[in-house]
Design a binder for this molecule. Sequence first.
Ligand code: XUL
Ligand code: CO
Length: 440
Amino acid sequence: MSEIFRNIPKIQYEGPDSYNPYAFKFYDAERIIMGKPMKEHLRFAMAWWHNLCNAGSDMFGASTGDKSFGQETGTMEHARAKVDAGFEFMDKLGIDYFCFHDADIAPKADTIEETNRRLDEITDYIKEKMEKYNKKLLWGTANLFNEPLYMNGAGSSNSVDVFCHAAAQVKKALDITVKLGGSGYVFWGGREGYETLWNTDMQFEQENIAKLMHMAVDYGRKIGFKGDFYIEPKAKEPMKHQYDFDVATSIGFLRQYGLDKDFKINVEANHATLAGHTFQHELRVAAINRMLGSIDANQGDLLLGWDTDEFPYNVYETTACMYDVLTAGGLKNGGLNFDAKTRRPSYTHEDMFLAFILGMDSFALGLINAARIIEDGRLEEFIRERYSSFETELGKRIRDGKVTLEELAEYCEKEGKPALPGSGRQEYLLSILNQLIIKG
Ligand code: XUL
Ligand code: CO
Protein backbone atom coordinates (compact mmCIF):
# COMPACT_ATOMS: atom_id res chain seq x y z
CA MET A 1 0.00 0.00 0.00
CA SER A 2 1.48 3.33 -1.00
CA GLU A 3 1.44 6.47 1.09
CA ILE A 4 -1.68 8.59 0.49
CA PHE A 5 -0.79 11.87 2.20
CA ARG A 6 2.65 11.98 0.64
CA ASN A 7 3.59 15.56 1.39
CA ILE A 8 2.50 15.46 5.03
CA PRO A 9 5.10 14.54 7.64
CA LYS A 10 4.42 13.01 11.04
CA ILE A 11 3.09 15.86 13.13
CA GLN A 12 5.36 16.61 16.10
CA TYR A 13 5.16 18.95 19.05
CA GLU A 14 7.35 22.02 18.45
CA GLY A 15 6.00 24.39 21.08
CA PRO A 16 4.16 27.75 21.12
CA ASP A 17 6.87 29.61 19.17
CA SER A 18 6.88 27.31 16.16
CA TYR A 19 5.85 28.74 12.79
CA ASN A 20 5.61 25.30 11.21
CA PRO A 21 1.97 24.74 10.15
CA TYR A 22 2.50 20.98 10.40
CA ALA A 23 3.48 20.97 14.05
CA PHE A 24 1.62 21.07 17.35
CA LYS A 25 2.10 24.26 19.31
CA PHE A 26 0.44 23.02 22.51
CA TYR A 27 -0.40 19.33 22.19
CA ASP A 28 2.54 17.46 23.65
CA ALA A 29 1.19 13.91 23.96
CA GLU A 30 3.47 12.72 26.76
CA ARG A 31 3.47 15.93 28.83
CA ILE A 32 2.16 15.19 32.30
CA ILE A 33 -0.76 17.29 33.45
CA MET A 34 -2.17 16.57 36.88
CA GLY A 35 -0.45 13.19 37.03
CA LYS A 36 -1.39 11.89 33.58
CA PRO A 37 -0.03 12.33 30.04
CA MET A 38 -2.02 14.72 27.88
CA LYS A 39 -2.95 11.97 25.44
CA GLU A 40 -4.66 10.00 28.23
CA HIS A 41 -6.71 12.98 29.38
CA LEU A 42 -7.76 13.84 25.86
CA ARG A 43 -8.15 10.48 24.09
CA PHE A 44 -8.64 12.13 20.69
CA ALA A 45 -10.69 10.31 18.09
CA MET A 46 -11.18 10.71 14.34
CA ALA A 47 -14.77 10.67 13.06
CA TRP A 48 -14.79 8.44 9.98
CA TRP A 49 -17.76 10.23 8.40
CA HIS A 50 -16.43 13.76 8.34
CA ASN A 51 -12.79 13.03 7.80
CA LEU A 52 -12.88 10.20 5.29
CA CYS A 53 -16.32 10.48 3.65
CA ASN A 54 -17.46 14.09 3.58
CA ALA A 55 -15.93 16.01 0.67
CA GLY A 56 -17.69 19.32 1.25
CA SER A 57 -21.04 18.92 -0.45
CA ASP A 58 -23.97 20.76 1.10
CA MET A 59 -27.60 21.25 0.09
CA PHE A 60 -26.62 24.09 -2.22
CA GLY A 61 -23.70 22.53 -4.01
CA ALA A 62 -21.46 19.63 -4.88
CA SER A 63 -18.30 18.44 -3.20
CA THR A 64 -15.35 20.77 -3.39
CA GLY A 65 -12.82 18.21 -2.22
CA ASP A 66 -11.76 14.73 -3.19
CA LYS A 67 -12.02 11.84 -0.76
CA SER A 68 -11.83 9.11 -3.38
CA PHE A 69 -8.29 8.23 -2.36
CA GLY A 70 -7.68 6.95 -5.88
CA GLN A 71 -10.74 4.65 -6.09
CA GLU A 72 -14.26 4.88 -7.48
CA THR A 73 -16.49 6.10 -4.66
CA GLY A 74 -19.21 3.78 -3.41
CA THR A 75 -17.18 0.62 -4.09
CA MET A 76 -15.51 -1.78 -1.68
CA GLU A 77 -12.15 -0.71 -3.15
CA HIS A 78 -13.01 2.79 -2.04
CA ALA A 79 -14.03 1.50 1.39
CA ARG A 80 -10.61 -0.15 1.73
CA ALA A 81 -8.85 2.98 0.49
CA LYS A 82 -10.60 4.95 3.23
CA VAL A 83 -9.24 2.47 5.77
CA ASP A 84 -5.74 2.99 4.36
CA ALA A 85 -6.20 6.76 4.44
CA GLY A 86 -7.70 6.74 7.92
CA PHE A 87 -4.91 4.77 9.54
CA GLU A 88 -2.18 6.73 7.81
CA PHE A 89 -3.94 9.90 8.95
CA MET A 90 -4.25 8.79 12.58
CA ASP A 91 -0.68 7.57 12.58
CA LYS A 92 0.69 10.87 11.27
CA LEU A 93 -1.27 12.88 13.83
CA GLY A 94 -0.75 10.53 16.77
CA ILE A 95 -4.49 10.01 17.27
CA ASP A 96 -5.25 6.76 19.07
CA TYR A 97 -9.00 6.33 18.50
CA PHE A 98 -11.66 6.50 15.83
CA CYS A 99 -15.48 6.38 15.63
CA PHE A 100 -17.76 5.28 12.80
CA HIS A 101 -21.30 4.61 11.61
CA ASP A 102 -21.84 1.30 9.81
CA ALA A 103 -22.62 3.20 6.60
CA ASP A 104 -19.32 5.13 6.76
CA ILE A 105 -17.11 2.09 6.49
CA ALA A 106 -18.83 0.07 3.74
CA PRO A 107 -21.40 0.98 1.10
CA LYS A 108 -24.92 -0.28 1.81
CA ALA A 109 -26.20 -3.00 -0.53
CA ASP A 110 -29.76 -3.85 -1.54
CA THR A 111 -30.05 -6.69 0.95
CA ILE A 112 -29.14 -6.83 4.62
CA GLU A 113 -27.16 -10.05 4.00
CA GLU A 114 -24.90 -8.39 1.45
CA THR A 115 -24.52 -5.23 3.54
CA ASN A 116 -23.52 -7.38 6.51
CA ARG A 117 -21.08 -9.39 4.41
CA ARG A 118 -19.42 -6.14 3.32
CA LEU A 119 -19.24 -5.01 6.93
CA ASP A 120 -17.58 -8.29 7.88
CA GLU A 121 -15.05 -7.92 5.10
CA ILE A 122 -14.17 -4.32 5.89
CA THR A 123 -13.98 -4.85 9.64
CA ASP A 124 -11.53 -7.73 9.05
CA TYR A 125 -9.38 -5.21 7.24
CA ILE A 126 -9.85 -2.50 9.88
CA LYS A 127 -8.94 -5.00 12.59
CA GLU A 128 -5.68 -5.84 10.82
CA LYS A 129 -4.83 -2.15 10.61
CA MET A 130 -5.75 -1.54 14.24
CA GLU A 131 -3.24 -4.16 15.28
CA LYS A 132 -0.56 -2.86 12.96
CA TYR A 133 -0.95 0.78 14.02
CA ASN A 134 -2.07 0.18 17.61
CA LYS A 135 -5.31 2.14 17.24
CA LYS A 136 -8.59 1.64 19.09
CA LEU A 137 -12.28 2.05 18.44
CA LEU A 138 -13.79 4.67 20.75
CA TRP A 139 -17.36 3.98 19.66
CA GLY A 140 -19.44 2.59 16.88
CA THR A 141 -22.98 3.41 15.81
CA ALA A 142 -25.58 2.68 13.15
CA ASN A 143 -26.67 5.28 10.64
CA LEU A 144 -30.43 5.24 11.19
CA PHE A 145 -31.19 8.55 9.50
CA ASN A 146 -29.91 8.63 5.94
CA GLU A 147 -32.04 6.11 4.07
CA PRO A 148 -35.51 7.27 2.90
CA LEU A 149 -37.16 4.49 4.88
CA TYR A 150 -36.05 6.26 8.08
CA MET A 151 -37.92 9.44 7.11
CA ASN A 152 -40.10 9.15 10.25
CA GLY A 153 -37.32 7.91 12.47
CA ALA A 154 -36.02 4.44 13.29
CA GLY A 155 -37.04 3.40 16.82
CA SER A 156 -39.78 6.03 16.56
CA SER A 157 -41.04 5.01 13.12
CA ASN A 158 -44.75 4.45 12.61
CA SER A 159 -43.84 1.37 10.51
CA VAL A 160 -43.18 -1.89 12.32
CA ASP A 161 -41.08 -3.09 9.37
CA VAL A 162 -38.87 -0.02 9.52
CA PHE A 163 -38.49 -0.57 13.28
CA CYS A 164 -37.32 -4.15 12.54
CA HIS A 165 -34.92 -2.92 9.88
CA ALA A 166 -33.42 -0.53 12.43
CA ALA A 167 -33.16 -3.37 14.94
CA ALA A 168 -31.28 -5.52 12.41
CA GLN A 169 -28.91 -2.65 11.70
CA VAL A 170 -28.25 -2.00 15.39
CA LYS A 171 -27.59 -5.72 15.94
CA LYS A 172 -24.94 -5.74 13.22
CA ALA A 173 -23.45 -2.44 14.35
CA LEU A 174 -23.09 -3.93 17.83
CA ASP A 175 -21.49 -7.07 16.37
CA ILE A 176 -18.82 -5.08 14.59
CA THR A 177 -18.30 -2.68 17.51
CA VAL A 178 -17.61 -5.68 19.75
CA LYS A 179 -15.46 -7.33 17.09
CA LEU A 180 -13.26 -4.23 17.00
CA GLY A 181 -13.12 -3.92 20.80
CA GLY A 182 -15.06 -0.64 20.93
CA SER A 183 -15.47 0.95 24.35
CA GLY A 184 -18.74 2.69 23.46
CA TYR A 185 -21.87 2.45 21.38
CA VAL A 186 -23.77 5.64 20.46
CA PHE A 187 -27.42 6.33 19.80
CA TRP A 188 -27.75 9.70 18.17
CA GLY A 189 -31.47 10.08 17.53
CA GLY A 190 -31.04 11.35 13.98
CA ARG A 191 -34.71 11.42 13.04
CA GLU A 192 -36.17 10.34 16.37
CA GLY A 193 -38.45 13.32 16.76
CA TYR A 194 -41.32 14.95 14.96
CA GLU A 195 -42.34 17.69 12.58
CA THR A 196 -45.93 18.12 13.80
CA LEU A 197 -47.85 16.68 16.73
CA TRP A 198 -50.94 16.51 14.48
CA ASN A 199 -49.61 13.29 12.98
CA THR A 200 -47.55 12.01 15.91
CA ASP A 201 -48.12 9.81 18.95
CA MET A 202 -45.27 11.07 21.11
CA GLN A 203 -45.70 8.59 23.93
CA PHE A 204 -45.88 5.63 21.53
CA GLU A 205 -42.71 6.76 19.76
CA GLN A 206 -40.71 7.32 22.93
CA GLU A 207 -41.72 3.95 24.35
CA ASN A 208 -40.60 2.25 21.15
CA ILE A 209 -37.23 4.01 21.15
CA ALA A 210 -36.73 2.73 24.70
CA LYS A 211 -37.68 -0.80 23.58
CA LEU A 212 -35.05 -0.68 20.85
CA MET A 213 -32.45 0.54 23.33
CA HIS A 214 -33.32 -2.22 25.81
CA MET A 215 -32.93 -4.82 23.08
CA ALA A 216 -29.57 -3.30 22.19
CA VAL A 217 -28.41 -3.49 25.81
CA ASP A 218 -29.58 -7.11 26.15
CA TYR A 219 -27.93 -8.17 22.94
CA GLY A 220 -24.76 -6.15 23.52
CA ARG A 221 -24.22 -7.61 26.98
CA LYS A 222 -24.96 -11.10 25.62
CA ILE A 223 -22.18 -10.85 23.03
CA GLY A 224 -19.70 -9.46 25.54
CA PHE A 225 -19.96 -5.68 25.16
CA LYS A 226 -18.61 -4.25 28.41
CA GLY A 227 -18.42 -0.60 27.42
CA ASP A 228 -20.93 2.21 27.74
CA PHE A 229 -23.98 2.90 25.65
CA TYR A 230 -24.45 6.60 24.98
CA ILE A 231 -27.27 8.88 24.02
CA GLU A 232 -25.99 11.89 22.11
CA PRO A 233 -28.51 14.68 22.69
CA LYS A 234 -29.42 17.15 19.96
CA ALA A 235 -32.26 19.65 20.08
CA LYS A 236 -33.17 19.91 16.43
CA GLU A 237 -31.93 19.18 12.93
CA PRO A 238 -32.86 17.19 11.00
CA MET A 239 -36.21 17.09 12.85
CA LYS A 240 -37.90 20.22 14.11
CA HIS A 241 -38.03 18.69 17.57
CA GLN A 242 -35.87 15.76 18.67
CA TYR A 243 -36.72 13.62 21.68
CA ASP A 244 -33.17 13.66 23.02
CA PHE A 245 -33.32 17.47 23.11
CA ASP A 246 -30.57 18.07 25.67
CA VAL A 247 -28.71 16.28 28.44
CA ALA A 248 -31.38 16.79 31.10
CA THR A 249 -34.14 15.56 28.80
CA SER A 250 -32.08 12.52 27.82
CA ILE A 251 -31.28 11.63 31.42
CA GLY A 252 -34.98 11.90 32.28
CA PHE A 253 -35.76 9.54 29.39
CA LEU A 254 -33.09 7.04 30.43
CA ARG A 255 -34.35 6.99 34.00
CA GLN A 256 -37.99 6.78 33.02
CA TYR A 257 -37.35 3.68 30.94
CA GLY A 258 -34.80 2.00 33.24
CA LEU A 259 -31.84 2.49 30.90
CA ASP A 260 -29.71 4.63 33.21
CA LYS A 261 -27.46 1.81 34.42
CA ASP A 262 -26.15 1.02 30.95
CA PHE A 263 -26.24 4.42 29.29
CA LYS A 264 -24.22 7.59 29.70
CA ILE A 265 -24.23 10.78 27.66
CA ASN A 266 -22.10 11.71 24.68
CA VAL A 267 -22.11 15.52 24.85
CA GLU A 268 -21.53 17.42 21.62
CA ALA A 269 -20.53 21.08 21.83
CA ASN A 270 -22.52 22.25 18.81
CA HIS A 271 -25.60 20.33 19.96
CA ALA A 272 -25.43 22.13 23.30
CA THR A 273 -25.66 25.52 21.63
CA LEU A 274 -28.52 24.32 19.40
CA ALA A 275 -30.42 23.56 22.62
CA GLY A 276 -29.76 27.09 23.87
CA HIS A 277 -27.20 25.93 26.43
CA THR A 278 -23.50 26.40 26.77
CA PHE A 279 -21.27 23.39 26.19
CA GLN A 280 -20.19 23.61 29.82
CA HIS A 281 -23.80 23.57 31.02
CA GLU A 282 -24.43 20.30 29.22
CA LEU A 283 -21.21 18.76 30.52
CA ARG A 284 -22.08 19.83 34.05
CA VAL A 285 -25.59 18.37 33.91
CA ALA A 286 -24.11 15.07 32.72
CA ALA A 287 -21.35 15.16 35.33
CA ILE A 288 -23.53 15.87 38.37
CA ASN A 289 -25.73 12.96 37.32
CA ARG A 290 -22.64 10.72 36.98
CA MET A 291 -23.40 10.30 33.32
CA LEU A 292 -20.62 12.16 31.58
CA GLY A 293 -19.51 9.49 29.13
CA SER A 294 -17.84 10.93 26.06
CA ILE A 295 -17.58 14.13 24.05
CA ASP A 296 -18.08 15.10 20.42
CA ALA A 297 -15.55 17.89 20.23
CA ASN A 298 -16.55 20.57 17.78
CA GLN A 299 -17.88 24.10 17.77
CA GLY A 300 -20.91 25.86 16.33
CA ASP A 301 -21.29 29.40 15.10
CA LEU A 302 -23.48 31.51 17.34
CA LEU A 303 -24.68 33.53 14.35
CA LEU A 304 -25.97 30.41 12.61
CA GLY A 305 -28.82 28.29 13.88
CA TRP A 306 -27.64 24.90 12.67
CA ASP A 307 -25.02 22.28 13.28
CA THR A 308 -21.95 23.70 11.56
CA ASP A 309 -19.60 21.09 13.09
CA GLU A 310 -16.54 23.32 13.04
CA PHE A 311 -13.17 22.38 14.38
CA PRO A 312 -12.91 23.90 17.84
CA TYR A 313 -10.75 26.98 18.21
CA ASN A 314 -12.45 28.83 21.06
CA VAL A 315 -10.04 28.30 23.93
CA TYR A 316 -12.45 29.65 26.53
CA GLU A 317 -14.82 26.86 25.54
CA THR A 318 -12.18 24.14 25.49
CA THR A 319 -10.93 25.38 28.87
CA ALA A 320 -14.42 25.20 30.36
CA CYS A 321 -14.87 21.75 28.86
CA MET A 322 -11.61 20.36 30.21
CA TYR A 323 -12.28 21.95 33.59
CA ASP A 324 -15.50 19.99 33.79
CA VAL A 325 -13.84 16.83 32.54
CA LEU A 326 -11.05 17.10 35.13
CA THR A 327 -13.39 17.90 38.00
CA ALA A 328 -15.65 15.00 36.99
CA GLY A 329 -12.65 12.67 37.34
CA GLY A 330 -11.90 12.33 33.61
CA LEU A 331 -13.41 10.39 30.75
CA LYS A 332 -13.18 6.69 31.45
CA ASN A 333 -14.41 4.79 28.41
CA GLY A 334 -14.98 8.00 26.50
CA GLY A 335 -12.78 10.45 24.65
CA LEU A 336 -12.81 13.56 22.49
CA ASN A 337 -14.19 12.67 19.09
CA PHE A 338 -13.73 15.39 16.49
CA ASP A 339 -17.23 15.33 15.05
CA ALA A 340 -16.08 18.22 12.89
CA LYS A 341 -15.45 19.05 9.28
CA THR A 342 -13.29 21.55 7.47
CA ARG A 343 -15.15 24.50 5.93
CA ARG A 344 -16.23 23.88 2.34
CA PRO A 345 -13.51 26.10 0.82
CA SER A 346 -10.84 24.28 2.88
CA TYR A 347 -11.03 21.34 0.53
CA THR A 348 -7.52 19.90 0.28
CA HIS A 349 -5.97 16.94 2.06
CA GLU A 350 -3.59 19.35 3.76
CA ASP A 351 -6.61 21.09 5.30
CA MET A 352 -7.66 17.82 6.96
CA PHE A 353 -4.38 17.82 8.90
CA LEU A 354 -4.40 21.53 9.62
CA ALA A 355 -7.93 21.22 11.01
CA PHE A 356 -6.96 18.45 13.41
CA ILE A 357 -3.88 20.37 14.50
CA LEU A 358 -6.17 23.30 15.34
CA GLY A 359 -8.61 21.10 17.24
CA MET A 360 -5.96 19.15 19.13
CA ASP A 361 -4.01 22.28 20.06
CA SER A 362 -7.21 24.01 21.20
CA PHE A 363 -8.04 21.15 23.54
CA ALA A 364 -4.45 20.84 24.73
CA LEU A 365 -4.59 24.54 25.67
CA GLY A 366 -7.94 23.93 27.31
CA LEU A 367 -6.43 21.13 29.38
CA ILE A 368 -3.39 23.18 30.40
CA ASN A 369 -5.64 26.08 31.42
CA ALA A 370 -8.11 23.89 33.27
CA ALA A 371 -5.34 22.30 35.31
CA ARG A 372 -3.97 25.78 36.05
CA ILE A 373 -7.39 26.95 37.26
CA ILE A 374 -7.68 23.96 39.55
CA GLU A 375 -4.13 24.33 40.89
CA ASP A 376 -4.63 28.06 41.40
CA GLY A 377 -7.73 27.32 43.44
CA ARG A 378 -9.12 30.86 43.68
CA LEU A 379 -12.28 30.15 41.70
CA GLU A 380 -13.10 27.00 43.62
CA GLU A 381 -12.33 28.70 46.91
CA PHE A 382 -14.75 31.48 46.00
CA ILE A 383 -17.52 28.97 45.33
CA ARG A 384 -16.84 27.15 48.61
CA GLU A 385 -17.00 30.43 50.47
CA ARG A 386 -20.15 31.48 48.61
CA TYR A 387 -22.12 28.60 50.12
CA SER A 388 -20.38 28.61 53.49
CA SER A 389 -23.46 29.80 55.41
CA PHE A 390 -24.70 26.25 54.99
CA GLU A 391 -21.74 25.09 57.10
CA THR A 392 -23.53 26.38 60.21
CA GLU A 393 -25.40 23.99 62.46
CA LEU A 394 -28.72 25.09 60.93
CA GLY A 395 -27.38 24.93 57.39
CA LYS A 396 -26.19 21.36 57.93
CA ARG A 397 -29.54 20.31 59.34
CA ILE A 398 -31.30 21.74 56.29
CA ARG A 399 -28.96 19.83 54.01
CA ASP A 400 -29.55 16.64 55.96
CA GLY A 401 -33.31 17.07 55.65
CA LYS A 402 -33.70 17.33 59.42
CA VAL A 403 -35.76 20.50 59.77
CA THR A 404 -39.36 21.47 59.12
CA LEU A 405 -40.91 24.52 57.54
CA GLU A 406 -42.38 25.48 60.94
CA GLU A 407 -38.96 25.45 62.56
CA LEU A 408 -37.50 27.63 59.83
CA ALA A 409 -40.40 30.04 60.00
CA GLU A 410 -39.77 30.37 63.74
CA TYR A 411 -36.06 30.97 63.10
CA CYS A 412 -36.95 33.76 60.69
CA GLU A 413 -39.21 35.47 63.13
CA LYS A 414 -36.39 35.45 65.65
CA GLU A 415 -33.63 36.58 63.28
CA GLY A 416 -35.58 39.18 61.29
CA LYS A 417 -34.98 40.03 57.64
CA PRO A 418 -31.78 38.38 56.27
CA ALA A 419 -28.81 40.38 55.04
CA LEU A 420 -28.15 40.37 51.27
CA PRO A 421 -26.50 37.09 50.21
CA GLY A 422 -23.10 38.52 49.23
CA SER A 423 -21.75 39.68 45.87
CA GLY A 424 -21.44 37.11 43.08
CA ARG A 425 -18.21 38.90 42.01
CA GLN A 426 -18.68 37.70 38.45
CA GLU A 427 -16.47 40.35 36.86
CA TYR A 428 -13.68 39.73 39.34
CA LEU A 429 -13.86 35.97 38.78
CA LEU A 430 -13.80 36.40 35.01
CA SER A 431 -10.73 38.57 35.31
CA ILE A 432 -9.04 35.77 37.26
CA LEU A 433 -10.04 33.43 34.47
CA ASN A 434 -8.49 35.81 31.93
CA GLN A 435 -5.36 36.09 33.99
CA LEU A 436 -5.00 32.31 34.13
CA ILE A 437 -5.86 31.70 30.48
CA ILE A 438 -3.76 34.46 28.95
CA LYS A 439 -0.72 33.58 31.04
CA GLY A 440 0.55 31.41 28.17
C1 XUL B 1 -25.04 14.59 14.05
C2 XUL B 1 -24.03 13.92 14.88
C3 XUL B 1 -23.74 12.52 14.53
C4 XUL B 1 -23.46 11.65 15.71
C5 XUL B 1 -23.34 10.20 15.39
O1 XUL B 1 -25.30 15.90 14.42
O2 XUL B 1 -23.47 14.52 15.76
O3 XUL B 1 -22.66 12.52 13.66
O4 XUL B 1 -22.30 12.04 16.37
O5 XUL B 1 -24.43 9.68 14.72
CO1 CO C 1 -21.94 14.02 17.06
